[in-house]
Ligand binder design. Structure first.
Ligand code: 7TS
Length: 405
C-alpha cells in the first residue's frame, strides 16, 4: 500500500496547522474523508436526492436503489446478509438498540452481563442502566501487558450470563481481543455475544461468520464515511425476534387507529427518514477500503505501529500503555511523557501541526485501572507514514526539553 499516493485523495491532508503540514494522528476518534466519499455525498445531493421507499418517481427510485446497494456493500464487507444490516448514527446508537430492543426484554433480575475493563463508555453505560432491574455487571480485567485476562472469563461466565460484550480492539491500549474465542465461550454458557467493532472494522478484515458473534456494532465516521453513519449487525433470527425500539413511520406494515403491524428487520429498526445520503457515502467508503484490501490496510498499520513503538521508546521518558507487539495491537499508541499532562503535551504537538487526542478517551474505568487520569494517544490510518511518526517523535523530544523531563 502506498500511503503517499493515498494521501492525494484526502483534501484535508493538504492543509497546514500553525503554518506546519498537518500530521493527523487522531484517527481512533474519527477518520478523514477521501474525495471519493465527499463526491459520493455531493453527487447524491446534486443528482439523486429524494426520500427512499416512499414514491415511484424516478428520483425516489434512484435514491432507494443507491441506499439498497450501500446496504449490500456494507453487508459484503463484514460477511453478512443485507437484511442483517441496520443503518444507525454510530456505534453508540447501535449498542442502545441492542439494549432497548433485546436486553431490556430478555434480561431479568439475577441475570449477568460480562464486559471488560477496557471498554469504551458506550459499551459500559448502557449496560449499567440494567442494574436497576437487578442485572449484575461483571468485568474481565487486564494483564500487565494490556491483554485481557482470559482466565477471568472462566470464573465470570456462568449459566447466569446472558450477554458477553467486548471491544474487538481497544481505543486506548490498541489490544486486539480474541473475539472468536470469547464468542465461543459465551455460546457454550448459553449467552449472547456483542462485539464492539468501532476500532476494528475500519482497520482489519472482520467477518461476522468467522467471529461467530451475535451482534457487531461500528461507526462509519471512523472508516472514511460521513459522521452520522453507523451499523448494527445482528443475526437475522435474532433481529427478527426483537421488536422495534423507536416507533414511527417507515417501520410499519399496516397502521390503523387501533394498532400497527411492523416490517421485517432491518427496516423495523430504522424509523423515520434515515440518513440515506450518508449511507450511500458509507457505501463509497467501503468501496474505497475494499479496493485497498483490508489485509493491506492491517499490514500497513501494523508496520507503522511496530515502527512507532520502537521510535517512541527512543524518545526516553515515555510510558506507553498496551501490548508492545504490533501483532497484538491495532494502530493505537497511548502514552504519557514524564509527568507532563497529556493536554499540555497535546497543545505543544498541535503547535507542530500534529493532532493527537488527550484525556481519558471515554474509558475512565480503564484509566483508573492503569492508575492514571489521562494519556495522549496517537492513532494511525491508511494515509499515515513513517515520516509522520518521525515528526511526532521529534516533537516529543522537543517537548521533553521544554518541560525539563
Ligand atoms: N466503542 C469504541 C471501542 C470506540 O473507540 C468508540 C469511539 C465508540 C465505541 C463510540 O463510537 P461513536 O461513533 O458512537 O462515538 N471512540 C472514540 C475515541 O477513542 N475517541 O473519540 C471517540
Amino acid at each position: 500500500m502506498n500511503a503517499e499516493k493515498i494521501r492525494k485523495d484526502f483534501p484535508i491532508l493538504k492543509r497546514k496547522v500553525h503554518g506546519k503540514r498537518l500530521v493527523y494522528l487522531d484517527n481512533a476518534a474519527t477518520a478523514q474523508k477521501p474525495v471519493q466519499v465527499i463526491e459520493a455525498l455531493s453527487d447524491f445531493y446534486s443528482l439523486h436526492n429524494a426520500n427512499v421507499h416512499r414514491a415511484v418517481h424516478t428520483l425516489s427510485q434512484e435514491a432507494t436503489e443507491r441506499y439498497d446497494t450501500a446496504r449490500e456493500r456494507v453487508a459484503g464487507f463484514i460477511g453478512a446478509g443485507h437484511d442483517e444490516i441496520v443503518f444507525v448514527r454510530n456505534a453508540t446508537e447501535a449498542i442502545n438498540i441492542v439494549l432497548y430492543a433485546w436486553a431490556r426484554h430478555n434480561l431479568r433480575q439475577g441475570d449477568e452481563i460480562v464486559a471488560t475493563v477496557m471498554e469504551h463508555h458506550s459499551n459500559i453505560v448502557p449496560w449499567q442502566s440494567l442494574q436497576e432491574k437487578g442485572v449484575k455487571l461483571e468485568f474481565v480485567d487486564i494483564n500487565e501487558d494490556g491483554t485481557l485476562r482470559m482466565e477471568d472469563y472462566e470464573r465470570l461466565v456462568t449459566r447466569k450470563t446472558k450477554l458477553v460484550t467486548v471491544a474487538h480492539a481497544s481505543n486506548v491500549l490498541g489490544t486486539i481481543n480474541p473475539v472468536k474465542d470469547i464468542a465461543k465461550l459465551a455460546h457454550d454458557a448459553g449467552a449472547r455475544c456483542l462485539v464492539d467493532g468501532a476500532q476494528s472494522v475500519p482497520h482489519m478484515p472482520v467477518d461476522v461468520g468467522n467471529i461467530g458473534c451475535d451482534f457487531l456494532v461500528f461507526s462509519g465516521h471512523k472508516m472514511l464515511a460521513p459522521t452520522g453513519t453507523g451499523v448494527l449487525w445482528g443475526r437475522k433470527e435474532l433481529l427478527d425476534s426483537m421488536g422495534p425500539f423507536m416507533l414511527g413511520s417507515d417501520i410499519i406494515k399496516e397502521v390503523s387507529l387501533e394498532k400497527t403491524t411492523f416490517r421485517e428487520a432491518p427496516w423495523k429498526f430504522e424509523p423515520g427518514t434515515p440518513d440515506f445520503a450518508g449511507a450511500v457515502a458509507l457505501g463509497a467508503a467501503v468501496e474505497y477500503l475494499q479496493k485497498l484490501g483490508m489485509r493491506n490496510v492491517r499490514k500497513h498499520e501494523q508496520s507503522l505501529t511496530a515502527y512507532a513503538l520502537r521510535r517512541l521508546q527512543e524518545v526516553g521518558g515515555m510510558t506507553m500503555y498496551g501490548p508492545r507487539s504490533a501483532e497484538q495491537k491495532g494502530g493505537v499508541i497511548s502514552f504519557n511523557l514524564g509527568d507532563i499532562h497529556s493536554h499540555d503535551l497535546s497543545t505543544i504537538l498541535d503547535e507542530a501541526g500534529i493532532a493527537v487526542r488527550s484525556g481519558h478517551h471515554c474509558a475512565m474505568p480503564l484509566m483508573k485501572r492503569l492508575g492514571i487520569d489521562a494519556a495522549a494517544r496517537a492513532s494511525f490510518y491508511i494515509y499515515n507514514t513513517k515520516e509522520e511518526i518521525e515528526t511526532l517523535a521529534r516533537a516529543l523530544e522537543k517537548a521533553k526539553k521544554v518541560f525539563g523531563v
